[in-house]
Ligand binder design. Structure first.
Ligand code: ADP
Ligand code: MG
Length: 327
């Protein structure tokens, strides 16, 4: 699998004196993708910190994995249209982040888009036919977070329309990265947590790192290099997960307003404080574009977007960089 984001210039220290800091890396498969930790701290803490970070990912997998029928989200999807489903505190917290994402993106990020994901067949790779307009219109009746009733006191979720379903695929990885960062960062002087291109960087001395953004038209190249201190980076693109029909690619990010796959952009990279926000914001801006990006940078100071779209004039891409103006 091509990586969407590359970390440049990480340090590897080979010989260690007692009490001296070391840089250690580990990589492992999880949540249908690859995770990597790159930590700098005391050598003796490393095994415990790697295990703590990994266990945060496993916890979120047990909650949000739709490929497992017994995950908490699968159980919610199976019954929440019949009676309110009482969530664990962790699932409810994740759902509240997703609800905030829906509000702040004006509906571009909507975890209730799952019936559309099913209709378009994004859990397969190839299609024999495309969904018809009437199929899409029928499924859209089951989409829209306004049709989901949340009860904060009971931590319960109820679908007011039969057949509704939730999919946390556009936010759960970022959420898991934040939980892992919280559990390890006090004992480290610096580190990078990468879960399938959802990055969180932290450094107690506030040094920045260089992060490369993959060229959306040529996976072997970088489209740009950005500098990130303490913060998070996430990229959403149409180049990795898609279905093909008649040689045309349909990407796995859906516009919940039209029910059609988003196709205005090649990729969107969001840079912001938390990984959960970077994750949903890159997905939402991939759907809606720079007007939403402008609203988000006002609401979330310090946030920036790198929006790549196919150039209208030349073969290749062009970049729209949305950031707060310098005064
Ligand atoms: P990736 O999973 O490749 O990192 P994203 O973070 O952009 O990519 O998330 C895409 C996933 O989000 C889809 O696979 C699907 O599970 C879900 N999704 C698709 N469209 C939307 C949407 N409009 N709002 C919320 N989630 C979405
Ligand atoms: Mg995302």
């Amino acid at each position: 699998m091509w990586k969407k984001i590359f970390i440049l210039f990480s340090i590897i220290q080979l010989s260690v004196l007692p009490g001296e800091e070391v840089a250690r890396k580990v990589q492992f498969p999880v949540m249908g993708t690859v995770a990597a930790f790159d930590f700098t701290g005391e050598a003796e803490d490393m095994p415990e910190l790697f295990a703590a970070g990994k266990s945060c990912f496993e916890k979120v997998t047990a909650i949000a994995n739709l490929h497992k029928v017994d995950s908490e989200l699968s159980r919610l999807n199976a019954t929440a249209d019949q009676k309110p489903f009482i969530c664990s505190p962790e699932l409810y917290r994740l759902l509240q982040d997703a609800r905030r994402a829906w509000i702040d993106s004006n509906g571009a990020f909507d975890i209730s888009a799952k019936p559309l994901m099913d209709l378009w067949g994004f859990y397969r790779k190839h299609r024999r036919s495309l969904p018809q307009a009437e199929d899409i219109a029928g499924v859209l009746r089951k989409v829209g977070l306004e049709k989901v009733k949340f009860n904060d006191e009971l931590r319960s979720v109820y679908f007011t329309v039969k057949g509704m379903q939730l999919d946390l695929g556009g936010i759960a990885k970022g959420y898991a990265v934040d939980r892992a960062a919280e559990s390890v960062q006090k004992k480290l002087s610096r580190g990078i947590i990468d879960l399938g291109g959802n990055l969180r960087l932290f450094d107690h001395s506030c040094r920045s790192r260089r992060v490369g953004i993959r060229d959306p038209l040529d996976g072997g190249r970088l489209a740009g290099v950005i500098t990130v201190g303490n913060g998070a980076v996430s990229t959403s693109g149409g180049y990795e997960k898609f279905v093909t029909y008649n040689n045309k690619r349909y990407c796995h990010i859906i516009d919940p307003a039209s029910g059609l796959p988003a196709e205005k952009f090649l990729s969107v990279t969001a840079v912001t404080a938390n990984a959960v926000d970077a994750d949903w914001m890159s997905t939402a801006v991939f759907v809606r574009g720079s007007v939403l990006a402008q609203n988000l940078i006002k609401k979330y100071p310090g946030t920036e977007f790198y929006i790549y779209k196919e150039s209208e004039k030349l073969p290749g891409w062009e970049l729209i960089h949305v950031k707060q103006p310098y005064f």
